[in-house]
Design a protein around this ligand. Structure first.
Ligand SMILES: [Zn+2]
Length: 547
């Protein structure tokens, strides 16, 4: 509440006790107006003064002690922060109809410029103006207007793709007073490259080998050195499944167009894809020796660390990539590029001056290449623990409620479609982009799509070089085991099913997936994906910088 409203409220609240004291002192007649005034005050408290503004996935809910109202997401055209002067410009002259003075002003504001405005304010500045499509605007004062706007702008822009003037859409480039812009500027190309390079010292990091375990240890040490010190490991056992039975003759109707994994239709030139299992395809003797130990079934570990939210430690976004690889190379792009991205984000968010309201878990999956076994083990072991406080009253949540899962898998190589002769352009194509995919065929498809659009918005605001594109066919990646429980998306150099599945990445699972294969333009695409996720997650978790 602002000072003027506090003064008015105190004066108003003083009236009934004064009347009651005078009544007790002999002027009994004053008891009647005293109780009458108390009744009015209670009516204002219960019916006029909202106790909360709650942003849901599908609506903004205004809560009073005795009633609720919802403004549906589709009905919100925009929401923005305005000050007292901007309010005057917006409404011209205003006349209040309703309760006022006590705790604020509630009810209808008749205005010369905008007609009737629904008004629920307990401050005389720092208003939130909500423009509706079906009816007149609302003027409200949520307790923390910036946070409120961030949340509501995500649901509004995510779903309706309208963002008039809210958080991600204010047009000036990230300024010094934009903490998210400051955080994004803490990413840089050379650091990102150095982290990818560090991962390649363990060769292809194939699951079930000493080089894979050494890589997990190295990643954990790096996370700790970046300040993400509360590392933990998920343990599980991996037994390879029996070899698949060869499929019977196809029963597909030849009249149907071919479908890619995850849905979608492959187009244009296609080349053969597959995993290289031939050691001699690796001409570098040192790397061949490094990758020689075969995978053994048995116990496995994968590492994660968590940025604990300051006000909502019980809710988190999961940011992941898989650290294992395959194919007798260095797994630099698949998935050193995603692993380095997650590690760099852990570094930035663990900065001593960085605070987030919600939690963020940074996780490096193992056993992706064998069939998403590491992420599946995580979902199996931990989905029932979501939101539980342990011990009760401690404020600690070993597995906070999941708000979203964002996977990063192959971030760097977007050289376009193979040519007709099967060769590839040696250069990153100028129209390269970050492909954000959700799975339209999942239980959480609407929420996942909304999350994807929030990432696209963050890309427009914070990514320096490459745009993002949203597609509906997320597949074959560690966000899939999550997609029926929580909003889940993947970020990638190309669409997984229709493009990578058609041979758009010739290094995929091949001995040529080496640090030295990629140019700075390739690494820069990975960096832009990092900027996209960092910007989006900082907004969604309410990141701020301590002064
Ligand atoms: Zn991968």
């Amino acid at each position: 509440m602002s000072r003027a409203i506090v003064v008015l409220t105190v004066l108003a609240l003083a009236v009934p006790p004064i009347f009651l004291i005078l009544a007790a002192a002999g002027r009994e007649v004053l008891a009647v107006p005293a109780f009458f005034v108390i009744a009015i005050y209670m009516w204002v408290w219960l019916r006029f003064r909202p106790s909360a503004f709650v942003v849901h996935h599908d609506a903004l809910e205004i809560v009073w002690p005795l009633k609720r109202r919802r403004i549906l997401r589709g009905d919100i055209a925009s929401a923005r922060l305005i000050d007292r002067r901007q309010l005057r410009d917006e409404i011209g002259l205003g006349l209040r109809v309703g309760a006022g003075g006590l705790w604020g002003g509630f009810g209808w504001l008749w205005t010369t410029r905008r007609g009737i405005v629904q008004m629920y304010i307990s401050r005389t500045d720092g208003f939130v103006w909500i423009e509706r499509k079906s009816a007149g605007p609302w003027l409200i004062t949520p307790e923390r207007p910036e946070e409120f706007l961030r949340t509501i702008s995500v649901i509004v822009c995510a779903f309706v793709a309208i963002l008039a003037t809210s958080a991600f859409a204010q047009s000036p480039p990230p300024a010094a007073d934009d903490p998210i812009g400051t955080l994004v500027s803490r990413l840089d190309l050379e650091r990102y490259k150095a982290t990818v390079k560090g991962l390649t010292q363990f060769g292809d990091r194939r699951q079930g080998t000493g080089r894979n375990r050494a890589a997990v240890d190295w990643i954990e040490a790096q996370l700790k050195s970046h300040g993400c010190t509360n590392t933990e490991r998920l343990e599980y056992t991996y037994q390879p499944p029996p070899p698949p039975v060869p499929p019977a003759a196809s029963t597909a109707n030849p009249a149907n167009p071919p479908a890619a994994a995850g849905g979608g239709r492959p187009r244009g030139n296609r080349t053969r894809t597959g995993v290289n299992n031939d050691p001699n395809a690796q001409p570098d003797a040192r790397l061949r020796a490094l990758n020689t130990e075969p995978s053994t079934p048995g116990p496995r570990e994968e590492v994660y660390c968590t940025k604990v939210g300051s006000t909502r430690p019980d809710e988190m976004y999961i940011v992941g990539a898989h650290m294992d690889g395959i194919g007798w190379g260095e797994a630099a792009n698949d998935d050193g590029s995603g692993t380095a991205l997650v590690m760099e984000l852990a570094r930035v968010f663990s900065g001593p001056d960085v605070q987030t309201e919600r939690s963020i878990r940074f996780i490096l999956w193992n056993n992706e290449e064998s069939g998403l076994n590491g992420s599946t083990a995580y979902v199996t072991q931990r989905r029932e623990l979501r939101g539980q406080e342990q011990p009760v009253g401690s404020g600690r949540y070993p597995e906070p409620k999941w708000l979203g899962m964002i996977q990063h898998d192959m971030m760097m190589f977007d050289h376009g479609m193979p040519r007709a002769d099967g060769t590839m352009s040696p250069d990153q194509r100028p129209e390269a982009d970050v492909n954000i995919e959700f799975q339209s065929n999942s239980r959480m498809a609407p929420e996942s799509q909304a999350l994807a659009w929030a990432f696209e918005r963050a890309n427009e605001k914070y990514a320096t070089d490459y745009p993002a594109a949203v597609g509906p066919h997320m597949t074959n990646t560690d966000s899939n085991p999550f997609m029926n429980d929580v909003a889940a998306i993947s970020l990638r150099e190309n669409e997984r099913g229709t493009q990578i599945g058609s041979g758009w990445d010739p290094q995929w699972h091949k001995p040529t997936d080496l640090f030295a294969t990629y140019t700075d333009k390739d690494f820069r695409l990975g960096l832009n994906a990092a900027q996209t996720t960092l910007g989006a997650i900082a907004g969604l978790t309410g990141a701020t910088l301590k002064k």
